[in-house]
Every structure is written in C-alpha cells, then in structure tokens.
Design a protein around this ligand. Structure first.
Ligand SMILES: [Zn+2]
Length: 116
C-alpha cells in the first residue's frame, strides 16, 4: 500500500477516498488516469478505486462544471484506464489477460502470475 500512498501524494489535486483496493501492478494505470484528469484543472474527487471481477473500477465524480462534451472526455479517460486493466497483470503490470480460477474467481494476470 506504500506505493499507492506515494502515488496519491504526487497528485495534490486529488481528494476523497485516497485508497486503491487492488494490487500495485495497476497503479501506473491509475496514475496515468489522474494525470490526464488533472489537465482539466479541476478538483478530482475519488469515490472508490477497486478491483472487481478481475477489472479495475474507478469511481471518480464527474465535475458538473464541465461542458457536456468535456464530461464525456473525462469519463472516456476513466473508461480507457478500466479497459487497460483487462490487458495488464494486476500484480506486476506486465501484459496479461483476464483469467478465471477453478473456484470462479476472476483476475487479470500475466503468464508468470496466472495461478489465481
Ligand atoms: Zn504478472
């Protein structure tokens, strides 16, 4: 969790739930997302960031002060990060894919971390 704390500390415009309920391999995806959202120049309020069904889920409030077009761009940035998580090992950040364990648990993992 130290890596996550350091990552959030690099983004002083971000507030809310400064916690990522996922492994560190996805932190670069989250950080890239935050960096792109910061370009809008508005506060970034995180509701929740977590892993669900093997994918990254980022819940960040969309600022209502943005135009409808910019709200769409804002949400597209978040969606792109979520989609990238399905091609990125949650543990190490290397290329991966969505896998399912024998017990039905989903996880996105590289070949080296394929045992869920
Ligand atoms: Zn891996």
């Amino acid at each position: 969790m130290t890596a996550a704390r350091d990552m959030f500390a690099r983004h002083p415009r971000v507030s809310g739930s400064l916690h990522a309920s996922c492994e560190d391999g996805w932190l670069p995806l989250i950080e890239d997302c935050l960096t792109k959202l910061e370009a809008f120049g508005l506060p970034i309020v995180i509701h929740r960031i977590r892993e669900k069904m093997g994918a990254l889920r980022i819940n960040i409030l969309t600022p209502t002060s943005l135009s409808v077009e910019d709200q769409r761009r804002w949400e597209d940035i978040i969606r792109a990060a979520e989609e990238s998580s399905l091609k990125t090992c949650e543990l190490c950040g290397n290329p991966g894919r969505l896998r399912q364990s024998e017990t039905g648990t989903y996880a996105t993992r590289c070949d080296a971390h394929q045992v869920i």
